[in-house]
Design a protein. Sequence first.
Length: 230
Amino acid sequence: MKENITNIPRHVAVIMDGNGRWAKKRLMPRTFGHGAGMNAMIAMARKAKAMGIRYLTVYALSTENLARPKEELEGLYTLIRKYFTKNVKELYAEGAAVRVIGDITALPAGVQQLIREGVENSPDDAQFFVILALNYGARAEIVRAVNAAISRGERVTESELGKLLDTADMPDPDLIIRTGGEIRLSNFLLWQAAYAEMYFTDVLFPDFDEKEFEKAIADYSRRNRRFGNV
Ligand code: IPE
Ligand code: IPE
Ligand code: MG
């Protein structure tokens, strides 16, 4: 029987891991896995929006991933270019906006330009946000925020520091999903994850379809979040 999910998270963040292993199983290059992962990500965003989730953050490229071989990075940049030229238009048409967290200044100039345009051209009245984490690392993000606070010469509260992070205008994630079998955060949203629920699955990201996403949300909706209270 289909479960009735009553408690929908406002913000879901996903560590999309396992593309390389998915490709390897098929004797294909890792980039092929990233292409399949991007299709899964687009389908997931559509599903998230349909379920009434407001914010979907996807870990697409970590600061550490920039050390990967040049061919793989080129493949990823090609996918990012495609996303910000073609796929974002479908997103806009559905009334959704795209945002980015991470330091994109380390990416090729052409890619940076497309990302900036993609964010700027997003509808102003969006009710659903896809937030791409690109060259994102939580430690780097926190250091940027701390340095911004220092340059103002003022001590900060938790809420003020939160406003200096890349995620300033978003709520903290309610649920963090990691596919691909590893049980770790890999430098993702360390500050924002303070009270997030965690969901780990062995499913490799290209196989993480709408049914799997719904399963994760159903699992979340059964949890009891106490936030330290009784
Ligand atoms: C995650 O998949 C996507 C990115 C890091 C860009 P991986 O590329 O890490 O895939 P595995 O973990 O090697 O299978
Ligand atoms: C985390 O996956 C980064 C992304 C999904 C973009 P990795 O594959 O890079 O993480 P580790 O190396 O297994 O921790
Ligand atoms: Mg991986």
